[in-house]
Design a protein around this ligand. Structure first.
Ligand SMILES: [Zn+2]
Length: 1133
C-alpha cells in the first residue's frame, strides 16, 4: 500500500508538473548558460541579459496569468493518455452495439466501397528504366569495405589526359554560398545579430562592386528578418542584384529542412511560407534547390520541389560508399524519379556533391590539401587556417601561373566524375562572408585566377563566378545538346538514408534525439492545420453572411503567420533533428509551445462564429472567451449543464472517442437533439486516494465540422464508471478510491485480457506487456510480444551523440529491479492495461468502437531516462510474422520506402527514420506501427520491429555541437498497432514499391489529428448552437486535405487548397473498417465540395502558388493522380 501510493504520487505529480517544470528549467538554464559563458560576459551586461529577462518575464506572466495553461500543457505536451486512469465494464459489456444506445452507433458499411480501378495503381509492378539506378540494388551490390582511396580518402585515384578538353573547354562555375543555420550553436536571433545581418549587408556592397560577382542564398527566415531591418534604398539594391542575376535565391524555403524527421505537411508549409514571402517582397521564383547540410536526403523533398515548379536540385550528405559508387559510374548527376512514378513526370534533375563536405577543401577537387589553399579566408594571419598545414597564398603576377596549374588540376580531376564538361564548384562554408575583408580575399584572388585561365586558350578552360542555376543552365545545354546524345543522364529511384560520413559513423541517432520536441512538433502541426482550415472556413462564411461583427481576423491571421514561421523554423536540419545546443533547443521549444497556445486561440475564435445559430448574437470579447480549449472545468460545481463543441479536423465524417475532464462522476452526455450517448467516467489519479475524473464518449462529427454535445449532471442513468483491477507480483495491493470499483486479483498468474469488437489483447500478468493479439475478423491469433531494451554506447573513442548512434552491440532486455504495478481498466468506451516501470509507463488501449478507432491497439509510452548515463531505450515488438530481412518505413509521412536489414552493415546502419509508420509482413499478415512522432526504427530480426524512444548521451560526437544530449524530459510517445490480413501472394519478389492500406492511412490520420474539444463558456447563457458541417459530404477516402490556407496578407477570400491523393494497397483486408467514405478515381466535383460555400474560382497552381499549372483539373472538377499533391488557388464565396 505504501509503495503503491508513493508510485501514484510520484507519477501523478510528475505528469502534472513536467512541462511547467520544463519551462522553469528552461529559464534556469538560460540564466546559467549565459553566466557560465566564458566570453559572453561583457555583452550580457549590456543587452542580452535584459532581453533574456524580458523573455523570462513574458513566460512567467503567461504562466501566472493563466491557470489554464497548466491544463493545456497536460493536454498537449504531455499526452494525457498515460496518466493513471482506469475503467470498467466487465469482459462482456464492451461491445457497444449491444449497449444501451444502439441506435446512435451507425453500423459502418461492412466492406469498404473502393472503386476497383483505384486498386490498380498499387497493384502495378515496379519497372526500372533502361538507364535506371535503384538504390536498393546499389545497396545489394556494394561491400561497404571503406578502403583508403589516397588523397581522396573515401574515393579513388583520378587521372586524365591533357588533351581531353581540346575540342570542348572545361566550363567552371564557382558558386559562392554561405550556410546559415537558423539556430544550432546559437539561437536564430543570436546568429542573426552576430553573423547573418553582416553577411547580407556586406553582400549588397561587395556584389555591387563588380558585376561578375555572384552569390546564392537559401534561408528565407534570415532573409525576411534582414529585409525588415533595411531601408528602401538597400532593398532596391538587392532587387537589382537579383534582376542582374548576381544574387540567386535557391530553394526559397523558410529553412533548409531536415529530410528524415520532417512531415510533408511541415515541409510544404515552410516552402510555401518562404515562397509567398519571396513573391510578395522580391518577386522571384526559385529554380534550384540547394541542400548541402541535411543529414541524408529524401525523394519526398525532390517531389515537393518539383511540384513547386523548381527545375533542379543539389544534395550533399550521402553515404560515402554511395558517393564513391556514383562517382565511378558517373551517375552523380541524374534525374531523381519517385519509386511510384510509372512515367517520368516526377523526374527532378539532381546534382550530388562527390566529396566529404561542402567546405572549400572538399569541393574544388579530390585533394583537400590542395583545395584548402584556395580558401582565401584561410590566408596566413586570419582566424582560420588549413589543417593540412599548407596555407593559401595571395594570388600575384608571380605565382598566378603555378596556382592556376594546381587549381585546374583539381578542377579537371573533379570534372572526370561527371558526364559533361561543365563543372560546378561551391565556394563557401558555415556563416561565411561576414566581413568585408573576406569578400575581398575570395573574390579578388579568384578573379585573378579566372582572368589568367580565361586569357590562356591553351588551358582550354573558361572559369567564372556563377549561381547554381547558371551552372544547371549550362549543364542542361551540354547534356541535352543533340550532338551529345551519349551524355544523357541516368534516372535514379530511391532514398539516401542512412547517412554515414566516415567509417561506421552512421547518422541514425538524430532520428530520435530530443523526442520530446519531435512530439511537440507534431502537435503544433495538427494545431496549425486545424486552425488554418477552420479560420479559412470562418472567414469565408463571415464574408458570405456579410456580418463581420468584430471577428478578430487580423489578430488571428497574425497568430497563424507566427505559428507558420515557428513551425517552419523548427524544420531546420538542426532543430527537429535534435542537434542544437541546449539553449537553442529551449528557444525552439518556447516558440513551438507559444504557437500551440496561440493556435488554440485561433480555433476558438473561428469556432465561436461558426457554431452560433444566430450570427447576430456574435460578439467578440478578447477577455472573455466564448469557448475554452482545456479539458478541466467542464462541469464547474455551480452549473448543472454545459455544452461542448467538438472539432473534427479530418476530411471524412468521423466516429471517434473524445475525452474531457469533469468534476463529478455523475454526468450524462446528450447530442444536440437530446439523445443520450454512451459515455465512460474514468479516474485520473493525483495520488493514491484522490482522483479527478475524466469523461470519454463516442461522437460522430462531420468532416472538418463542429459537433455540439451537452453534458449534464445525472445521479442515475449517466455515464458508466470504469472498473479497475490492480496487479503486482509478490506485493499485496489494496486500494480504494471514491466513486470507482477497484478489484483485487483472485489469481495473478493468468494473462490479463481486454477486447473490443475487433480485437482481443492478452498481456502478461507479470509485466502487463502484450503477448498475443487476436483479430476477431477471422479469429486468427498472433504472438506479438512487447518488450523494452537498452542500448549502451561503444567503449571505443568515438561514442554516440546527438547525431551518431554507436551502440555497444545488441540491446539488452529491460529488466526492472522491482515488479511493476499493472492496472487494468475496463469500461464501456475503452479498456486499457497500464504498466508502470521505473523508466516507462506503458499503456495499451482498445476503444470499444465499431470503426477505425476500434481497429488498432493504441500504445502510449511515457519515458523518463533522466537518471541514466549513455543509454538509449527501445520498444521492441516481436511477432510470429515471417518477414525475413525486409521491412518498410515511411518517408516524411508521404510514401513508403522498403528496407532491407543487412548483416554486412553495422547495427546502427540498419536504423531508418520513421516519420509516421513502419511495418513488416509475410504472405498472410502485415503488422504496422503507426507513430505520432518521428523516431528511429529497425527490424533487426525476422518478425521484429523496434523504435528508439529516447537517448541520453554524456558526450559530444565530434560533429561540431560540442555537447552531449543530457536535457531529456519525460516524453510521451504515441502509437497505434495495426494487424491486417493480406491476400496471399506466392513468390513475392522484393519490390521498391509498397503502400499502406486505406485503413492504415486513416488510422494514421486519426492518430496525428485527434478530435479537438472546446467547452462553451459558462457565461454564454442560452445562446443556441448549431452543428457546423462545411463539406457537402466526406472527401473520398484516399484524398487528404493537406491544408486550406488563407493566402498571405490578403485577409480576404483567397486560400490555397492543398490536396493529396494517397496511394493505397487493396490487397489488405477491408472488411469492417468502419470508414465513412468511398473512392472516386481521384475526382471531386467542385460544386459538390462545400455545403454552404461555393468555389467562386479555382485555379490549379504549383505547390507554393508561384506558377499556373496545366493539369487534369478544371473549374468543374478536381482530378488527382495517385500520390499526387496539388495546390489550387480558390476563392470561397
Ligand atoms: Zn546546417
Amino acid at each position: 500500500m505504501m509503495k503503491l501510493s508513493r508510485q501514484f504520487t510520484v507519477f501523478g505529480s510528475a505528469i502534472f508538473c513536467v512541462v511547467v517544470f520544463s519551462l522553469y528549467l528552461m529559464l534556469d538554464h538560460l540564466q546559467l548558460d549565459h553566466t557560465k559563458s566564458p566570453n559572453g560576459g561583457d555583452r550580457l551586461q549590456n543587452g542580452q541579459l535584459s532581453i533574456l529577462q524580458d523573455k523570462i518575464d513574458r513566460l512567467e506572466r503567461l504562466l501566472a496569468e493563466n491557470n489554464e495553461i497548466i491544463a493545456n500543457i497536460r493536454d498537449s505536451v504531455i499526452n494525457l493518455k498515460e496518466s493513471v486512469k482506469d475503467g470498467r465494464g466487465g469482459p462482456d459489456s464492451g461491445n457497444m452495439s449491444q449497449g444501451p444506445y444502439p441506435d446512435l452507433l451507425v453500423s459502418p458499411p461492412l466492406v469498404l466501397p473502393i472503386d476497383s480501378q483505384d486498386c490498380q495503381f498499387a497493384a502495378r509492378q515496379f519497372s526500372k528504366p533502361a538507364d535506371g539506378v535503384q538504390l536498393l540494388d546499389v545497396y545489394d551490390l556494394l561491400t561497404f569495405d571503406n578502403p583508403d582511396g589516397g588523397v581522396w580518402k573515401q574515393g579513388f585515384d583520378i587521372t586524365y589526359q591533357e588533351n581531353e578538353w581540346d575540342s570542348e573547354p572545361l566550363q567552371v562555375y564557382l558558386v559562392p554560398h554561405s550556410h546559415n543555420d537558423p539556430g544550432w550553436l546559437k539561437t536564430f536571433d543570436d546568429y542573426y545579430r552576430d553573423q547573418t545581418q553582416h553577411i547580407l549587408n556586406n553582400m549588397v556592397v561587395k556584389l555591387n562592386e563588380d558585376s561578375r560577382r555572384k552569390m546564392i542564398w537559401s534561408e528565407i527566415s534570415y532573409f525576411a528578418k534582414w529585409w525588415d531591418n533595411i531601408d528602401n534604398q538597400k532593398r532596391d539594391a538587392v532587387k537589382s542584384l537579383v534582376e542582374r542575376g548576381q544574387l540567386e535565391i535557391t530553394t526559397g524555403g523558410w529553412v533548409m529542412p531536415d529530410e528524415a524527421n520532417s512531415h510533408y505537411f511541415a515541409l510544404i508549409d515552410q516552402l510555401l511560407e518562404g515562397h509567398q514571402w519571396l513573391e510578395k517582397n522580391l518577386g522571384v521564383k526559385p529554380q534550384t534547390g540547394w541542400a548541402v547540410d541535411p543529414f541524408g536526403h529524401s525523394p519526398t523533398q525532390a517531389y515537393l520541389l518539383k511540384q513547386a515548379g523548381l527545375a533542379n536540385m543539389l544534395i550533399q550528405r550521402v553515404h560515402y560508399s554511395i558517393k564513391k559508387h556514383f562517382a565511378s559510374q558517373k551517375t552523380l548527376e541524374f534525374f531523381w524519379r519517385q519509386n511510384w512514378d510509372p512515367a517520368s513526370s516526377t523526374d527532378m534533375l539532381c546534382h550530388m556533391m562527390p566529396f566529404y563536405s561542402y567546405d572549400v577543401p572538399h569541393t574544388c577537387g579530390p585533394d583537400p590539401k590542395v583545395c584548402c589553399q584556395f580558401d582565401f579566408k584561410r590566408l596566413p594571419g586570419g582566424r582560420v587556417s588549413c589543417p593540412w598545414r599548407i596555407p593559401p597564398q595571395p594570388i600575384t603576377d608571380v605565382n598566378v601561373q603555378q596556382r592556376v596549374q594546381m587549381l585546374l588540376d583539381q578542377y579537371r580531376k573533379k570534372s572526370k566524375l561527371f558526364r559533361t564538361k561543365v563543372l560546378m564548384v561551391p565556394l563557401g562554408d558555415d556563416f561565411r562572408y561576414t566581413e568585408a575583408l573576406e569578400w575581398d580575399q575570395q573574390f579578388q584572388n579568384y578573379q585573378k585566377l579566372f582572368d589568367y585561365m580565361n586569357s590562356h586558350p591553351e588551358l582550354h578552360v573558361k572559369a567564372q563566378f556563377g549561381t547554381i542555376s547558371d551552372y544547371f543552365g549550362a549543364l542542361r545545354k551540354s547534356a541535352m545538346d543533340p550532338g551529345h546524345a551519349s551524355l544523357s543522364l541516368p534516372v535514379v529511384s530511391g532514398d539516401f538514408f542512412t547517412y554515414a560520413d566516415r567509417d561506421d559513423h552512421y547518422w541514425s541517432g538524430y532520428f530520435t534525439s530530443r523526442p520530446f520536441y519531435k512530439r511537440l512538433d507534431r502537435i503544433l502541426e495538427s494545431h496549425l492545420r486545424g486552425a488554418e482550415i477552420l479560420f479559412s472556413l470562418a472567414l469565408a462564411n463571415i464574408q458570405r453572411a456579410g456580418k463581420p461583427n468584430g471577428f478578430p481576423s487580423v489578430e488571428s491571421y497574425r497568430l497563424l503567420t507566427e505559428a507558420r514561421r515557428n513551425l517552419g523554423l523548427f524544420q531546420h536540419h538542426d532543430a527537429i533533428a535534435g542537434t542544437g545546443k541546449e539553449l537553442v533547443v529551449i528557444d525552439y521549444g518556447t516558440r513551438l509551445f507559444h504557437s500551440i497556445l496561440n493556435l488554440k486561440q485561433v480555433m476558438v475564435n473561428s469556432a465561436h462564429w461558426l457554431i452560433l445559430k444566430d450570427k447576430n448574437a456574435y460578439s467578440h470579447n478578447p477577455s472573455k472567451a466564448f469557448l475554452q480549449m482545456f479539458k478541466t472545468f467542464v462541469l464547474p460545481k455551480c452549473f448543472s449543464s454545459r455544452s461542448v463543441v467538438i472539432y473534427n479536423p479530418t476530411e471524412q465524417d468521423r466516429m471517434s472517442v473524445v475525452t474531457v475532464y469533469v468534476n463529478t462522476p455523475h454526468v450524462r452526455v446528450d447530442t444536440s437533439h437530446s439523445h443520450p450517448i454512451p459515455a465512460q467516467v474514468s479516474a485520473v489519479w493525483d495520488d493514491a486516494t484522490t482522483a479527478s475524473t475524466e469523461l470519454s464518449f463516442v461522437v460522430q462529427v462531420p468532416a472538418l465540422g463542429l459537433g455540439v454535445y451537452h453534458l449534464s449532471k445525472a445521479e442515475e442513468g449517466g455515464a458508466e464508471t470504469a472498473q479497475y483491477l490492480f496487479l503486482r507480483q509478490g506485493g499485496e495491493l489494496s486500494l480504494s478510491v471514491k466513486h470507482f470499483t477497484v478489484n483485487n486479483p483472485q489469481d495473478d498468474t493468468t494473462p490479463v485480457s481486454i477486447h473490443n469488437p475487433h480485437l482481443q489483447v492478452w498481456s502478461s500478468a507479470t509485466t502487463g506487456l502484450m503477448e498475443r493479439l487476436k483479430l476477431k475478423e477471422d479469429g486468427s491469433e498472433h504472438r506479438i510480444k512487447v518488450e523494452f531494451a537498452w542500448y549502451g554506447t561503444t567503449s571505443s573513442r568515438d561514442k554516440s551523440g546527438a547525431y551518431l548512434f554507436l551502440p555497444d552491440g545488441e540491446a539488452k532486455m529491460y529488466s526492472p529491479a522491482q515488479s511493476p504495478v499493472i492496472r487494468v481498466t475496463k469500461g464501456s468506451v475503452f479498456s486499457e492495461i497500464t504498466t508502470t516501470f521505473d523508466h516507462v509507463t506503458h499503456t495499451l488501449r482498445l476503444y470499444n468502437v465499431q470503426g477505425v478507432d476500434g481497429q488498432a491497439v493504441e500504445i502510449c509510452n511515457s519515458v523518463d531516462i533522466r537518471g541514466e548515463f549513455n543509454r538509449e531505450i527501445a520498444m521492441r515488438l516481436t511477432s510470429d510474422l515471417d518477414s525475413k530481412d525486409r521491412f518498410f518505413t515511411d518517408l516524411n509521412g508521404f510514401q513508403i520506402q522498403p528496407r532491407r536489414t543487412m548483416a554486412k552493415l553495422p547495427l546502427q546502419a540498419n536504423f531508418y527514420p520513421m516519420t509516421s509508420m513502419a511495418y513488416l509482413q509475410d504472405s498472410g499478415t502485415r503488422m504496422t506501427l503507426l507513430s505520432a512522432q518521428s523516431l528511429g526504427s529497425a527490424s533487426l530480426k525476422s518478425g521484429q520491429l523496434e523504435v528508439i524512444m529516447d537517448r541520453r548521451l554524456n558526450q559530444d560526437d565530434n560533429r561540431g555541437l560540442g555537447q552531449g544530449v543530457l536535457d531529456n524530459k519525460v516524453t510521451s510517445n504515441s502509437f497505434r498497432l495495426l494487424l491486417e490480413k493480406r491476400a496471399k501472394t506466392d513468390n513475392e519478389k522484393p519490390s521498391p514499391l509498397s503502400y499502406p492500406s486505406m485503413l492504415s492511412h486513416v488510422s494514421s490520420l486519426y492518430l496525428n489529428h485527434p478530435l479537438i474539444p472546446m467547452a462553451v463558456s459558462t457565461e454564454a447563457g442560452s445562446l443556441s448552437l448549431t452543428r457546423f458541417s462545411p463539406l457537402a459530404s466526406s472527401l473520398p477516402c484516399d484524398i487528404h486535405m493537406v491544408n486550406l490556407r488563407t493566402i498571405q496578407s490578403k485577409v480576404r477570400d483567397e486560400a490555397a487548397l492543398i490536396l493529396h491523393r494517397k496511394g493505397f494497397d487493396c490487397a489488405l483486408s477491408n472488411r469492417n473498417t468502419g470508414l465513412l467514405c468511398a473512392t472516386t478515381q481521384g475526382k471531386i466535383r467542385t460544386e459538390k465540395l462545400f455545403s454552404n460555400l461555393r468555389l467562386g474560382s479555382i485555379a490549379a497552381v504549383s505547390l507554393t502558388l508561384m506558377h499556373q499549372t496545366e493539369g487534369g483539373s478544371s473549374q468543374e472538377e478536381i482530378s488527382l493522380k495517385p500520390m499526387e499533391i496539388s495546390t489550387f488557388r480558390v476563392q470561397l464565396t
